[in-house]
Design a protein around this ligand. Structure first.
Ligand SMILES: Nc1nc2c(ncn2[C@@H]2O[C@H](COP(=O)(O)OP(=O)(O)O)[C@@H](O)[C@H]2O)c(=O)[nH]1
Ligand SMILES: [Mg+2]
Length: 354
């Protein structure tokens, strides 16, 4: 499989279909180049992506997906590196995806991450990839979710996804991950700030990294207080916020799990076994309580809505000249038309577009 096999043929041609089949077969057989190629297709939002994912989908659903999020500099990359090594020592294969919405680079990790992940490279049981935005319709969240599917299909048992906690990104990852680890570090500013930003709402596990530094215990105490007052209803807030679909029952609250707070020194591999244990305990809890199934349904719903939104916009853009859309927007902005009526005018175009 070479790059030109897939780029030369039109998306639905027989040549392209057989190239897709070969690519998928190679990925499922554990070929790393095929996996890398598939993730590149996903990143570039190529037309073949849908065929590839459709062919892979039945082979997914086995990996445990772990989101690692928190402020820049909290030590997420270092922690991911240490966690991956610990998982490897226990015989698990590990996929790592570093998501950086601000990075202009794709396909290669940031220099610091490259240095840190050096001790993992060359290990066939580890696959590392970083992803950045390409401004595709589906966006970074969709590309990340699809890349996770590819790693899952390729047989990686644990998939670690590092995201910078800067708002919507971590909420998106939380809806993609089975277990979300929020990384805090002492002296990184007001803990209340993190709570305000909503980052704790998505935590299944809290890691207070840089526990070698002053103030780690203060951070732990502050987090205990917030969790004590907020309790398990935190998750409910998130899920209700994401219920874009009317008529579906609100998901049950995961009342049986209190996020543990674990001190780590990622630089020295301290607290990593405890963190790994907490993740595995959370996985067992998800399975035993039925929460795993519920989160899978959440994931499926989120994915479906995201894909539908992108498809509707794509069809709209295909069916209507850009100037016409701009005029409609101008009319709404100028109060000549309300947005509901504008949408009503656009919908027939969406439905008739091929
Ligand atoms: N003192 C101390 N420094 C750490 C620890 N873990 C990471 N660091 C350092 O913190 C900085 C940021 O780490 P990095 O993993 O890149 O953070 P990220 O931005 O959250 O991914 C780096 O200089 C790390 O070496 C730790 O446990 N203790
Ligand atoms: Mg990082």
């Amino acid at each position: 499989m070479t790059h030109s096999d897939l780029s030369s043929a039109p998306a639905s041609s027989p040549e392209s279909r057989s190239a897709v089949t070969t690519l998928v077969e190679n990925l499922l057989a554990g070929n790393r180049r095929a996996l890398a190629r598939v993730i590149t297709l996903i990143e570039n939002d190529r037309a073949e992506t849908h065929d590839v994912l459709a062919a892979l989908y039945r082979s997914t659903g086995r990996a445990h997906i772990i989101g690692i999020t928190g402020s820049p500099g909290a030590g997420k990359s270092t922690l991911v590196n240490a966690l991956a090594k610990a998982y490897r020592q226990r015989g698990y294969t590990v996929g790592i995806i570093a998501v950086d919405p601000t990075s202009p680079f794709t396909g290669g990790a940031l220099l610091g991450d490259r240095v840190r992940m050096r001790d993992l490279s060359g290990d066939p049981g580890v696959f590392i990839r970083s992803m950045a935005t390409r401004g595709s319709l589906g966006g970074l969240a969709q590309a990340t979710a699809d890349a996770i599917l590819a790693l899952d299909a390729a047989g990686f048992q644990r998939v670690l996804v590092e995201t910078v906690g800067v708002g919507q990104a971590e909420v998106d990852i939380a809806s993609t991950a089975h277990s979300t680890v929020v990384v805090e570090a002492p002296g990184m500013g007001d803990e209340v700030q993190a709570i305000k930003a909503g980052i704790l709402e998505i935590a299944d596990i809290l890691a207070v990294n840089k526990a070698d530094r002053d103030g780690a215990n203060r951070t732990v105490t502050a987090l205990h207080m917030v969790l004590g007052s907020g309790g398990p209803s935190m998750r409910q807030v998130l899920h209700h916020g994401q219920l874009l679909d009317a008529g579906l029952p609100a998901p049950a609250v995961d009342a049986g799990w209190t996020p543990p707070i674990i001190k780590t020194i990622a630089l020295r591999d301290q607290g990593i076994d405890e963190l790994l244990e907490a993740i595995e305990q959370h996985r067992s809890h998800l399975q035993a309580s039925g929460e795993l199934q519920r989160r899978e349904e959440d994931r499926a719903r989120t994915a479906l809505i995201r894909i539908l939104q992108a498809a509707v916009l794509q069809r709209l853009q295909a069916a209507m000249p850009a100037w016409q859309l701009r005029q409609l927007v101008a009319d709404v902005a100028g109060r000549e038309l309300d947005p509901y009526s504008a949408a009503d005018r656009l919908l027939p175009a969406v439905l008739s577009a091929q």
